[in-house]
Ligand binder design. Structure first.
Ligand SMILES: [Zn+2]
Length: 323
């Protein structure tokens, strides 16, 4: 998916450069029509630059006054442009992004994505992964204050305390990746408690770090597994197995299909754990429900001392804040 987007963007940047070059030609023509002195001055300037280069190449010393003469010509061009009602930088190169000159990359000697390219890249990546916009659902935007700060019944802490702690744990986990002690992460609790939100934040942070992270719903995982099971084509399953971090939302919402669901979950989790890959799962099910639905074999892969299990408790804030 990443390389597809990069290819697309590279092609768009090529097109943009061609459009800008065309625009430069049109502007040059327009300026020449309005003021024939301008092309003459430009030709003179070209001659000066060319003469200077030729001088260097043939070992002759540069005449000192070239920069000064260039400056005179440039100033004359700028004032002629203004006199003809055009902007003084009308004949400067046209760039949509000056920083990378519409190449999408900057830096020497190592070229890196320009900010303009990076923003477009992540916007598309998030879109295609169903993650919403880059501004939504990020650790920075996550506001524990939307959760009540009164101590929960029978406990000495509030829902807000819990969410503040989970926000930190999730952010640390994503930022420290791949140096995590616990490679399996499980978010448990009813819907509306922020599980999916935090999972999206984690996915974005991992993607920004360049980690091969993949977010899918439990439903589409099962669908992929089922298609592989019946067709024998395993490419899509391999993608799920190969992702360095696989984040699966809403385990338990997918249909329970005989001979498929449980086996596929077991194979996926077991295989990923054996390979040392990280898997993050959210579920609305309680521990006993998870055991009941998926058998002890699957549940014990998720709920053991090696895993980071976060219990989301409290009230549904969406229900509370919605009118
Ligand atoms: Zn740029």
């Amino acid at each position: 998916m990443r390389s597809d987007i990069i290819r697309e963007l590279n092609a768009e940047y090529d097109r943009q450069r061609a459009i800008n070059a065309q625009e430069e030609t049109l502007r040059r023509e327009k300026a020449a029509v309005l003021c024939p002195e301008i092309p003459r001055l430009e030709a003179e300037r070209d001659q000066l630059i060319f003469g200077g280069i030729r001088g260097v190449l043939t070992g002759r010393e540069l005449t000192d006054d070239i920069p000064a003469r260039m400056d005179v010509i440039n100033r004359r061009i700028r004032s002629l442009l203004l006199q003809n009602g055009l902007a003084e930088d009308y004949l400067e190169p046209v760039y949509s992004c000056r920083k990378c000159r519409d190449t999408g990359y900057c830096g020497e000697p190592v070229k890196e994505m320009c900010d303009c390219f990076r923003t477009k890249f992540f916007t598309r990546l998030y879109q295609r992964m169903g993650l919403g916009s880059a501004q939504e659902q990020t650790f920075e935007r996550f506001d524990p204050d939307v959760f009540p700060d009164t101590p929960m019944e029978g406990r000495g802490f509030s829902q807000r305390d819990v969410m503040q702690m989970y926000l930190k744990r999730c952010r640390d986990w994503a930022e420290n990746y791949p140096d995590n002690d616990r490679r399996t992460v499980v978010f448990m609790g009813q819907s509306g408690l922020g599980k999916t939100y935090l999972m999206h934040c984690m996915t974005k942070r991992l993607l920004e770090k360049g980690v091969n992270a993949l977010l899918i719903s439990a439903f589409s995982f099962l669908d992929t597994a089922r298609r592989a099971y019946f067709s024998g084509k395993t490419e899509d399953m391999d993608t799920l197995l190969d992702a360095d971090v696989l984040l699966i939302d809403d385990m338990g919402s997918e249909p329970l299909m005989e001979n498929i669901t449980i086996v596929q979950w077991f194979n996926l989790i077991n295989e990923r754990q054996t390979r040392g890959k990280a898997t993050v799962v959210t579920t609305n099910l309680m521990e006993n429900e998870l055991r009941e639905r998926y058998t002890e074999r699957v549940a014990s892969r998720l709920l053991n001392n090696e895993a980071m299990v976060l219990h989301f408790i409290g009230e549904d804030v969406r229900r509370r804040t919605s009118p």
